[in-house]
Design a protein around this ligand. Structure first.
Ligand code: HEM
Ligand code: HEM
Length: 197
């Protein structure tokens, strides 16, 4: 599991606190968004690469699935935030991922693995990962809405939106592969995110 320079592992932290590292609602949010993201990645790749065009029988259907998955991807998180009371366990837990201490901010200026853990459930890299996925999904949603003419803008803006969407596709794919690599290297984290013992 991902730990700090002194060998304190997040496995140890969650085990000692006697509660799962991720509660069921967090896990449901994660996996439903991940599923939508995988659909977006797959259908987006079919739309983007001309060599994959023969695989698409019906391009309009692929576009439709892509857009539906796009509308759904942030919905679980949004609903959870809207419908959970402000002092709920879930809100407290979600805000942990979004709260940047002075040490986290210092890490951003000089990112090293030795200095990325400052207590709590997440190290600075994981907080950055959370911020990246959230902000880029919002950017993809907005640019996608412009491309799909849900937000009517002039042609030049639509071209800008397509450029942003394509760029986001590359960057998100790279970060997503990095995310998977971290999960493979720290196997304990997978069971924490699925069925914690
Ligand atoms: C978050 C909400 C999203 C919405 C609403 C959305 C919407 C759209 C729309 C309307 C198109 C144009 C389809 C057409 O050719 O008619 C498109 C294309 C595409 N989308 Fe998305 N999208 C979203 C997220 C994503 C994500 C997360 C990825 C991948 C990481 C992605 C990858 C792509 C790619 C590669 C294309 C093809 C672009 C091209 O042909 O230049 N999209 N999307
Ligand atoms: C389908 C492939 C995926 C797998 C196997 C996977 C697995 C995991 C695991 C095991 C964790 C816990 C890591 C830890 O110990 O903190 C995690 C955390 C997280 N995942 Fe995923 N994930 C996947 C896709 C995604 C996608 C597509 C997103 C974004 C939409 C995402 C966003 C996050 C975030 C924000 C966290 C918490 C921060 C972090 O630990 O990096 N994951 N994921």
């Amino acid at each position: 599991m991902i730990g700090d320079a002194n060998g304190v592992s997040l496995d140890t932290l969650s085990a000692s606190s006697n509660e799962p590292r991720f509660i069921i609602t967090e896990r449901l949010i994660h996996w439903s968004s991940a599923l939508c993201f995988l659909v977006l990645l797959f259908t987006g790749s079919l739309l983007y690469f001309p060599s994959l065009a023969p695989l698409i029988g019906n391009r309009a259907l692929i576009v439709e699935i892509h857009i539906y998955a796009g509308f759904l991807v942030l919905l679980p998180l949004l609903l959870a935030v809207i419908y959970s009371p402000s002092h709920s366990e879930l809100r407290r837990r979600l805000s942990e991922l979004a709260s940047w201490s002075a040490s986290d901010r210092a890490w951003l200026k000089h990112p090293t693995k030795a200095s990325w853990y400052h207590g709590g459930r997440f190290n600075s890299g994981q907080k950055l990962n959370g911020a990246f996925f959230l902000s880029s999904l919002i950017a993809m949603l907005l640019s996608g809405l412009v491309m799909g003419l849900y937000i009517p803008l002039p042609l030049s803006d639509r071209q800008g939106a397509t450029f942003l969407h394509d760029f986001g596709f590359y960057i998100m794919t790279i970060v997503f592969l990095g995310h998977l690599l971290m999960v493979i290297r720290h196997r304990g984290s997978f069971s924490q995110m699925t069925f914690p013992r």
